[in-house]
Design a protein around this ligand. Structure first.
Ligand code: AMP
Length: 649
């Protein structure tokens, strides 16, 4: 780990101030390597995935060079999904909070275009968006790229996977040739390399190489968890794990304080350890941990560098580390002096790739951690409570209390056991023996997981994409996942309510008016529908390509507004003109969708809700939009069509 700080990287004063206020202590490896290159105005080709700090790696230098007076877009960021667009826009906003008059605007499909048009008119120096919607704005001339000084392609391989690469190239071609460009991708498939060669020229390459390291004697596991439930998960682990000393690793200085405080409030003796503390204070904290006056230290990587305390039995990676090296260093704080150690890492869904990368570089699977149940926590607390009581009876002088209790029992004619129960009840109030704990959702690894599989040599679809061979049909991703021969540890725990997912959802076959003659591929269709209609990719079913049209299976119950929106969405320069497929290929080509003569999927909203496709019906909603039903005759449920003769497998 290096000792470079943000100030010495040369970022501007207002940006530095924001970063410091966010509690970032030190640049991550990708930031340390990329920021100087981008500040110098060079193009950059970076291999980095989510969790490495790549957003700040491009946002900080570009913001440092921002011309505050120019209100038209100066920085353009292309992302594969609306979620990432929002996240990146939020990151820009937080890093630019001391830049006066700063505006960032996320633009993505599925959202009201009116708001975006107004936002663009008002002026935004940074625009972050998905390729489809950006093209839409370019066509409407609402987005002006003539003054763009910096362009960033984020998660380029995901854009390729989702079929956006042609759109991306169209946008790239419209940016001024002198504009500075950066491309970040977790992998570098040939198609991405080709785009980079064409549009980034002699770019500097940043690739954080992960050396293989082995970690012995440390039992490693991971827990898939949502960000906002990490604290609940942590307290539950602390309740049942038999630990001696523990280090909890977080990313920011502010998190060390916040978590240490919360743990103290929950009765755990803990302290923060971060780079803001003086050397004396740091040493004092470490000494207290060594002597057992303190059990938990919440630390940043910088502050815990080289820390050697034998009694550390557990390391919790509350936030994932930036890279594999940092992971190995962190967990190496346990298992000292030949002892056994345990390491548990919290992983959010979008950080799955980091987990896989660590497993690969350490050549060790990181098993899934079983979060203790309510009963297990209760059992553990009861055991400890009993031990405490028995110990107290043996070791504490209780004469006065003994007489007091006897007196209360005699005066009120209360049975001694009832009195003891009342005292036990009072004593456990702060740490209930029969707790009712919040349910912790353990999400499953999805998109990243799939991308990882793509990296496996035998299942490599990168070459397929590159060799222009167009796969003709597309299995549902879910079923494809299941058939993949992945090691057990590759499938993290799934919350029971997720089990059904796409499989038991009735599908409707839709016809769209783009086909082989338009050089469309299933990837293009999935990408457009997933982004524009906000349909989770796992719910996009079978796709068949014909010469002049295609069919795609989508979950029953598409809200009318989404249908109307999809009707106009363009793929390969052509509007989808989606309609429910009635099997009469070719006859309906130009007809607007008219379903009046068909059997409706359901009659009204109540009926739709009862079918349970939308939020609140105990099943993950296929369509993320508002739970609106079709208004009567908009769809019909169809069995998948028979394979057309023209189908190539
Ligand atoms: P990213 O890889 O860009 O998705 O970033 C992952 C997370 O790391 C985000 O929550 C950032 O706020 C955080 N982060 C990025 N850089 C740093 C840093 N130098 N120090 C602490 N946290 C950071």
């Amino acid at each position: 780990m290096s000792s470079v700080d943000f100030a010495s990287l040369g970022i501007s004063a207002p940006v530095l101030k924001a970063v410091q206020q966010l509690g970032y202590e030190q640049p991550s490896p990708v930031q340390e390597a990329s920021i100087p290159i981008l500040l110098e105005g060079k193009n950059l080709l970076g291999t980095a995935q989510t969790g490495t700090g790549k957003t700040a790696a491009f946002a900080l230098p570009f913001l440092s060079k921002l011309d505050e007076k120019q209100k038209s877009p100066q920085i353009l960021v292309l992302t594969p999904t609306r979620e990432l667009a929002i996240q990146v826009a939020e990151a820009f906003q937080s890093y630019a909070k001391h830049i006066k008059g700063f505006h960032v605007l996320p633009i993505y499909g599925g959202a009201d275009i009116g708001g975006q048009l107004r936002g663009l008119k008002r002026g935004a120096q940074v625009v972050v968006g998905t390729p489809g919607r950006m093209l839409d704005h370019l066509r409407r001339r609402s987005l002006d790229l003539s003054q763009i000084k910096g362009l960033i392609l984020d998660e380029a391989d995901e854009m390729l996977r989702m079929g956006f690469i042609d759109d991306v190239e169209t946008i790239l071609a419209k940016t001024p040739p002198e504009c500075q460009r950066a491309l970040f991708s977790a992998t570098m498939p040939p198609a991405i390399k080709r785009v980079a060669d064409k549009y980034l020229g002699d770019a500097e390459v940043v690739s954080i190489q992960n050396k293989t390291k082995t970690v012995e004697r440390i039992a490693q596991s991971h827990l898939m968890v949502k960000g906002h439930q990490k604290m609940d998960a942590l307290t539950r682990i602390l309740d049942v794990e038999q630990f001696d000393g523990m280090i909890i690793f977080v990313r920011t200085k502010s998190s060390t304080l916040e978590i240490a405080e919360k743990l103290e409030a929950r009765g755990f003796s803990s302290a923060a350890l971060n780079g803001d503390l003086t050397q004396t204070l740091r040493e004092r904290t470490i000494n207290r941990l060594k002597k057992g006056q303190l059990d938990i230290v919440v630390a940043t990587d910088v502050a815990a560098r080289g820390l050697d305390v034998e009694r550390i039995s557990h390391v919790i990676n509350y936030d994932v580390p930036y890279d594999n090296e940092s992971y190995v260093h962190r967990i190496g704080r346990t298992g000292r002096a030949g002892r056994e150690g345990k390491a548990i890492m919290f992983v959010t869904q979008k950080e799955t790739r980091m987990l896989r990368s660590i497993e690969k570089s350490t050549r060790q699977p990181i098993s899934s951690f079983n979060l203790p149940s309510n009963e297990e926590v209760s059992g553990q607390r009861i055991t400890q409570f009993k031990e405490q009581l028995v110990g107290m009876c043996k070791s504490t002088k209780l004469d006065k209390f003994h007489s007091l209790v006897k007196e209360v029992a005699a005066e009120n004619d209360i049975d001694m056991t009832l009195l003891a129960a009342a005292l036990a009840y009072e004593a456990q109030k702060d740490r209930p023996l029969f707790p009712k704990m919040v349910a912790i959702d353990t999400p499953r690894a999805t998109a990243n997981d799939r991308s990882d599989r793509k990296e496996r040599p035998k299942r490599d679809s990168r070459e397929r994409a590159e060799s222009r061979e167009r796969p003709e049909s597309r299995e549902r991703p879910d079923s494809r996942d299941r058939s993949a021969k992945a090691p057990r540890t590759e499938r993290p725990e799934r919350a029971p309510r997720d089990k059904s997912d796409a499989d038991d959802i009735p599908m409707v076959t839709y016809r769209i008016e783009v086909g082989r003659n338009d050089e469309v591929s299933p990837k293009n269709i999935v990408g457009a529908i997933a982004n524009e209609a906000e349909i989770d990719a796992q719910y996009i079913g079978h796709i068949k390509l014909y010469d002049d049209h295609s069919t795609v299976d989508l979950p029953e119950g598409m809200p009318k507004e989404l249908f109307d929106h999809l009707y106009k969405v363009r793929v390969c320069q052509k509007p989808l003109k989606i309609s429910v497929d009635n099997g009469t290929a070719g006859e309906q080509r130009d007809a607007k969708p008219g379903f009046k003569d068909r059997k409706p999927a359901f009659k009204d909203k109540k009926d739709a809700a009862a079918k349970g496709k939308f939020a609140g019906a105990g099943q993950k909603p296929a369509f993320k939009g508002k739970p609106k039903a079709h208004r009567g005759q908009d769809s019909e449920v169809r069995k998948p069509r028979k394979r057309p003769v023209t189908d190539r497998k």
